[in-house]
Design a protein around this ligand. Structure first.
Ligand SMILES: NC(=O)c1ccc[n+]([C@@H]2O[C@H](COP(=O)([O-])OP(=O)(O)OC[C@H]3O[C@@H](n4cnc5c(N)ncnc54)[C@H](OP(=O)(O)O)[C@@H]3O)[C@@H](O)[C@H]2O)c1
Length: 297
């Protein structure tokens, strides 16, 4: 039976490059690729391009807007109707609002011990303003993190079926920083680094997810790269690994050498179980609040 691979945000960038790499790989024979996208026209174009890579490929489309609760719930319902199990779920869709350069923080950073981190990750000097979704959630948090959390919860009946492992793989970022995240403000309503906060939240959540769903392996990737093909390196590499050999506390980074060779490198995540469990509880609480709102409306 074909392996079922779901990829959110599959119509461009890293998501599309991953799909191309999966279809080009000989090891990926017998795949059913489900492209989960918010824009039907772009999703159809991506499907056509992928069929150009492998005309016999089984590729289906699913509409999802990860920033919208009703869309996520509808997409999950549809997936439960279409499939009996999912083997890989790539939680990849994401947004980063246009960053603004903070000159004051830059000059301060030049004379601090943080200078290397500042230049390598943009910490403190690139700030963003996030919007609010019609559901009343912070947009970056909802799109990158909470929509995917809700999706995982709703897809539980399809995960780890018939004695098989399901892998949930988030596209993280080297920009995921603990300093941008606060348990008191998980949506990042008050901060100026919603992207970094949302990506750290996904890294952090991995520990609690592994504790609560101990039959499922969850791994995390990737870091900044110059092309989408390079950026998909770790996502593709993980696909080829035996899940039990992957370290759930590591983030697998896509890297490119000076000679242009792509490779994957694990990096220990800056996360702890207590904070992870506290975030998990916060998300469950938010999920309950949403459920109550839906019943009363
Ligand atoms: N590029 C990098 O260097 C880099 C580095 C680290 C991590 N990342 C992460 O990699 C992932 C992919 O980014 P990318 O660089 O490939 O950028 P991209 O080309 O802009 O791709 C983002 C994808 O996410 C989709 N998306 C955005 N908002 C969505 C929503 N509300 N619902 C459903 N889909 C949505 C986009 O769909 P539309 O076409 O409809 O907008 C698009 O398919 C993101 O999670 C990003 O944070 C990127």
């Amino acid at each position: 039976m074909n392996k079922v691979v779901l990829v959110t945000g599959a119509n461009s960038g890293i998501g599309l490059a991953l799909c191309e790499r999966l279809l080009s790989s000989q090891d990926a024979g017998g795949l059913h690729l489900c492209l989960a996208c918010r824009n039907t026209r772009r999703a159809q174009a991506a499907r056509a391009a992928l069929l150009g890579v492998r005309p016999s490929a089984q590729i289906t489309l699913l509409h999802i807007d990860t920033s919208s609760i009703s869309s996520v719930l509808g997409a999950a319902r549809e997936l439960r109707l279409r499939f009996t199990r999912l083997d890989y779920v790539y939680l990849n869709a994401g947004i980063m609002p246009n960053p603004q350069f903070d000159f004051k923080a830059f000059f301060k950073g030049l004379f601090s011990s943080n200078i290397i981190t500042m230049f390598s990750t943009g910490e403190g000097i690139l700030t963003q303003k996030g919007g609010v979704t019609p559901d009343g959630l912070q947009e970056v948090f909802a799109t990158n993190h909470f929509g995917h959390f809700l999706l995982i919860r709703e897809l539980e009946p399809l995960l780890c079926q018939a004695g098989r492992t399901s892998q949930l793989i988030w596209t993280s970022s080297s920009n995921a920083r603990r300093s941008a995240f606060s348990l008191e403000d998980v949506q990042h309503r008050r901060g100026r680094e919603p992207y970094s906060s949302s990506k750290y939240a996904s890294d952090l959540l991995s520990l609690a997810l592994n504790t609560h769903y101990n039959k499922q392996i969850r791994v995390f990737t990737n870091t900044f790269t110059l092309t989408a093909y390079n950026g998909a390196e770790a996502l593709f590499w993980i696909f080829l690994q035996k899940p039990e050999r992957l370290d759930p506390r590591a983030k697998y980074q896509s890297l490119t050498s000076v000679l242009g060779h792509n490779y994957t490198q694990p990096q220990r995540m800056d996360v702890d179980l207590d904070t992870s469990e506290a975030l998990y509880d916060e998300l469950l609480q938010l999920e309950r609040e949403i459920g109550r709102k839906q019943i009363s409306s």
